[in-house]
Design a protein around this ligand. Structure first.
Ligand code: PLP
Length: 464
């Protein structure tokens, strides 16, 4: 079952167009925002954020009352869309019952959320440490790996994102690390398997896998296997480009990490909870990591929540030894109640299968067809509701439409064309990501892809 919001229906919170009062409140909020809110990742002066006065299903309404199809799922977290009634009701019920309780106490919402997550994760990852989001999940996973192994180094891929807190941003392999790189904290980066711009000169998928794994093993040997606590890897890197691993790569990573006694942390903060058309992206390859970090889709971001799913072997390290870390809001009842309701709604409405079908039957074929017609498209790739379109000035040289780590007037023009057409995209550097909620109606996805077709004509104008 998919969300059935008629694109022609009156817009607004809970299906009505925003009222004059809402729009006035939005204008006041914008003024206060500019006066007092310090925003993430922005130069504060020139930043002119979009006001959102309402959101419902796969749509949001801006401060002018204009409606946008949310092709971004915000920061790729609203996997079930906005204001899902079952989740809103569960949060309200939990709030009426018990808003907060410290992590050392038992709470029914937390216990049930942990049970459901343990059921969905592969193999014996049967215990869950709850955090407030993805970055702290990765920080705690690394801490667990260091305590478990007694080693310090952490391997992570270039072209990755693991979060905005200090260790998580140091582990990050994309340019968001550059201004934050105060201390390496034992972090060593390796070249990822990324076939479109292969670092290994590979021309086939098999070559890419084989060479990327050889590079990784060389790096492990040269860094000293007995010094390496963990390898952290986004199963399908998200903001860094949605470049899924070539066949055999993850199996090879699993084998290498097991052979050298390195804890394999799969960062599924963005790729997890149905985004790729499986509950966890590792399920596509039948790989069981030692730790899986999650956030975002676990409760669609309705209340902040993240966590680490922990294998039995790592759990045993802490059976008789205290884990020296914690958070006041670990397993917050409102967040956990939202997770229980989100997972319930996803199961009842078949959203994970729907994401798989949308990727295979609607988004994938449409993007491949657009790639044939638009010379600005260098590559399209993805799965489920998780796709990237990489834009280039020249297909032969693969020169990107915005430099690595930057924006460009050309990319801004493409983004503006999409927004003018009523589509809110997720864009990063030279890429447009197609990442709608998993329950977006087919007709809406098609409408968004038609808008992308028109925006790509703008991009074609910049091709050499
Ligand atoms: N890991 C990945 C793969 C992410 O995409 C993100 C956020 O986008 C994070 C970690 C950080 O999560 P959070 O922003 O919840 O701290």
């Amino acid at each position: 079952m998919t969300t059935t919001i008629d694109p022609a229906a009156p817009a607004g919170p809970h299906a009505q167009a925003p009222t004059e009062d809402q729009l006035a409140a939005g204008r006041r909020a914008h003024e206060l925002d500019r006066a007092h809110v310090f925003h993430s990742w922005q130069a504060q002066g020139p930043f002119d954020p979009m006001t959102v006065v309402a959101a419902e299903g796969s749509y949001v309404w801006d401060g002018e009352g204009r409606r946008y199809l949310d092709f971004s799922s915000q920061l790729v977290n609203t996997n079930i869309g906005h204001q899902h009634p079952a989740v809103v009701a569960a949060i309200q019920e939990q709030a009426a019952k018990l808003c907060t309780i410290a992590p050392q106490h038992v709470n029914d919402a937390r216990s049930e959320a942990a049970r459901l997550i343990a059921e969905l994760t592969p193999a014996d990852l049967d215990h869950v440490f709850f955090t407030n989001g993805g970055a702290d999940a990765n920080e705690h996973a690394i801490r667990m790996a260091r305590l478990h192994t007694g080693r310090t180094k952490v391997l992570s891929a270039y072209r990755s994102y693991h979060g905005g807190t200090q260790l998580a941003v140091n582990v990050t392999g994309d340019p968001r690390r550059f201004p934050n790189d105060y201390s390496a904290e034992g972090v060593v980066h390796f070249m990822p398997a990324y076939q479109y711009r292969s670092y290994f000169g590979a021309t086939t998928e098999a070559e890419e896998t084989e060479r990327a794994l050889r590079h990784l093993e060389d790096l492990i040997v040269l860094e000293g296997p007995t010094n390496i606590a963990a390898l952290i890897l986004e199963t399908v890197p998200g903001t860094a480009g949605i470049y899924g691993p070539p066949a055999g790569y993850l199996e090879g990573v699993r084998e290498l990490t097991a052979r050298y006694g390195i804890v394999y942390i799969a960062d599924e903060v963005m790729a997890g909870f149905g985004r790729t058309g499986r509950w966890f992206a590792v399920d596509h390859w039948g790989v069981a990591p030692d730790l899986i970090t999650f956030a975002k889709g676990v409760n669609s971001g309705y209340v902040p929540l993240g966590g680490v799913a922990i294998s039995q072997a790592i759990f045993e390290t802490f059976r008789d030894r205290a884990y020296p870390g914690g958070l006041t809001y670990s397993g917050h009842p409102l967040a956990c109640a939202a997770a229980v309701a989100t997972i319930g709604a996803m199961r009842e409405e078949g959203m994970v299968d729907n994401a798989d079908r949308l990727g295979a039957e609607v988004i994938g074929p449409a993007l491949r067809e657009l790639a044939l017609r638009h010379p600005s498209v260098g590559d399209v790739r993805g799965m489920g509701c998780f796709w990237a379109v990489e834009l280039v000035r020249n297909r032969e040289t693969k020169e990107p439409l915005a430099a690595y780590g930057g924006s460009s007037p050309e990319m801004n023009a493409v983004i503006a064309a999409l927004k003018a057409d009523g589509v809110l995209p997720f864009a990063n550097f030279n890429r447009i990501h197609i990442v709608p909620p998993l329950n977006t109606a087919d007709a809406d996805v098609r409408r968004g892809l038609e808008a992308l077709d028109r925006a790509l004509s703008v991009a074609d104008g910049f091709v050499d």
